[in-house]
Ligand binder design. Sequence first.
Ligand code: FES
Length: 124
Amino acid sequence: MYNEKVMEVFKNPQHMGEVENYNAIGTVGNETCGDIMQITMRIENGIIEDAKFKTFGCAAAVASSSTATGMIIGKSIEDALKLTNKEVITELEGLPPQKIHCSVLAEDAIRAAIDDYQKRVGSK
Ligand code: FES
């Protein structure tokens, strides 16, 4: 069902866990499959210094969250908000059609975490 790249990332996920002293946290879930994804970040001067994920879900969700967190570390908040699930899918060299929503979860979790940060610092 999954290509080699997805399986490789799933077996050796990067950025798993929780960022110490995080100042942004986003948790999202998919009602249909019941999977949950949480992303924590440390944001300094508008730059995402670190990001980690915890995913209670399928292989595609783990691979998507690992890839997405890797893609936003070092980026500005503005650039991270532009990350789409399509870019995550491209990075993973494709996902089966019924697994597209797993990558959407990663995009949503990043947005939720940044939203949380903006509320904390009062810019929202
Ligand atoms: Fe729902 Fe993968 S099956 S996140």
